[in-house]
Design a protein around this ligand. Structure first.
Ligand code: SAH
Length: 238
């Protein structure tokens, strides 16, 4: 069933804007057909279309269900900027794998260094991709893509979570620090060129656990999937 997000959901529910255009023009849905609307707070509303106009779809709620797809662990993914459209793939797959928040990071070896204006545009684009992935994968929230931060800020912020996991190809320990009791975790992934020794040291000093994702070097867009998969497995969410 097609799935949409809307924060409202009250007595006279409706969808307008781009989602309405998508329902009416792309999906060619009409009166009597069913769709699901998630209120982004973990509630799913199964609805039937009761009326359509040019860019507005009127709905009738049939059933309200608690969404049960959200993981028990809140994962913040710190993702260093990568080249070209690799970030798009990383963001999409991270949302599918259950990341709750994504924070782009600029570290020493980031080749991509957009100015403030193009960063804002990119962040908007990544948020759109995250929203699409959330709809497609049946998430109960819209994971936020935050403003890009510096490496130093990422080190400070990530230390606030129950656990901070720093993925480093030179590490020897596996990701054993996460269990079903872990409620919040930061996962840090480097750019194509990896982290410098100084950065690795700074993360270790701040209390991050330096972990290996196996003996093979993963691409920057593959590593988040492997890390999230392991976190979800260890925390009992797979
Ligand atoms: N510096 C390396 C690889 C960078 S891969 C090189 O250029 O050869 C990009 C990022 O993915 C790394 O910074 C790290 O965070 C993560 N990563 C890749 N393979 C990994 C592995 N086997 N274990 C842990 N993290 C890994």
């Amino acid at each position: 069933m097609p799935r949409f997000f809307k924060e409202f959901f009250s007595e006279a529910p409706f969808i307008d804007g781009d989602d309405a255009k998508h329902i009416l023009r792309s999906l060619r849905m009409t009166v009597g057909e069913c769709l699901t609307v998630c209120d982004t707070k973990g509630n799913d509303y199964d609805c039937v279309i009761s009326g359509c106009s040019a860019d507005r779809v009127e709905l009738q709620i049939k059933e309200i269900r608690k969404n049960d797809t959200e993981p028990t662990i809140f994962v913040t993914l710190y993702l260093c900027l990568t080249k070209g459209d690799k970030m798009d793939l990383a963001v999409r797959q991270a949302v599918e794998m259950g990341a709750s928040r994504i924070i782009p990071v600029i570290s020493t070896n980031c080749v991509s260094r957009p100015d403030e204006k193009s960063l804002r545009k990119k962040e908007e684009r990544w948020q759109k991709i995250a929203n699409e992935a959330a709809g497609q994968s049946g998430r109960g929230i819209l994971p936020e893509v935050c403003h890009t931060v510096s490496f130093d800020t990422a080190v400070k912020q990530s230390a606030n979570d129950d656990k901070c996991v720093f993925c480093y190809e030179l590490a020897t320990e596996g990701l054993d620090t996460i269990g079903s009791e872990t409620k919040t975790v930061s996962v840090i992934i480097g750019p194509e060129g990896g982290f410098t020794a100084r950065e690795a040291e700074a993360l270790a000093q701040s209390g991050a656990v330096t972990v290996s994702l196996g003996k093979r070097i993963l691409r920057a867009e593959t590593a988040p999937v492997a890390a999230l998969c392991t976190v979800m497995l260890k925390s009992g969410n797979i």
